[in-house]
Design a protein around this ligand. Sequence first.
Ligand code: ADP
Ligand code: ADP
Length: 227
Amino acid sequence: ATSVSIQNVTKRYQRSGKTIQALAETSLDFSPGKFISLIGPSGCGKSTLLKIMAGLETATSGRVLFDGVPVTGPRDGTSVAFQKPTLLPWRNVMDNLLLPLQLTGAKIDSSVHDHARQLLTLMGLEDFAGHFPRELSGGMEQRAAIARSLISKPRLLLMDEPFGALDEFTREDLNDELLSLWANEPKTLIFVTHSISEAVFLSDQIVVMKARPGAVHDVIDVPLARP
Ligand code: ADP
Ligand code: ADP
């Protein structure tokens, strides 16, 4: 698992001549192996912070370190999952799962297939490996996308409201499944949500981000009541 250090990160966006301050001198430290939720009102910079950690946006100033090394772009050992599942429609579920490994040129041997099947089973999709995304419900598609984000055995997993588009019942199932996935292999998980109850149920630590840029974010340790 990876340690994460966010140091004085400021992010300003320019849009039609206006400057939007999304983050101002944000500093946070996360220990390896923790399940951390980022919560806070819409617009407080949660997604921006996650994208900077993912290497998909650059900070205006400040830096992010993984295990002491500055992040300069997407990197091995880090996976990202977003609110909208992004499965490729012309690939079946299994081939979508294997895609991240194929892109890095990894060898797809039988142990990789075993791991993929294990992830599909954990996500309740063992019978759907050969199905195409259009044949799945929204919840099943998101389950497949989560399985895909784990195929490379990331040491750091970044999730931006992965269940945000789903109904509450499906979310509860997925919360349980996410916890078993997280417990299965050591990884640091940073999870953006706007659901306080989801954050309390899932995480070791909750960062409550404030709407006003530059305000100090509260970090709350959650006493463990996990199954
Ligand atoms: P949250 O995830 O907490 O809702 P965001 O990180 O999405 O917050 O947004 C923080 C602020 O930055 C908001 O005011 C938002 O409108 C603005 N913002 C986010 N992305 C962009 C962008 N690509 N261009 C311009 N402004 C943006
Ligand atoms: P979710 O709770 O993941 O959104 P649904 O409530 O739509 O899924 O579906 C409940 C169950 O019905 C699924 O777990 C699956 O077994 C079955 N199912 C849903 N869509 C399909 C499909 N296109 N083909 C076969 N079985 C399906």
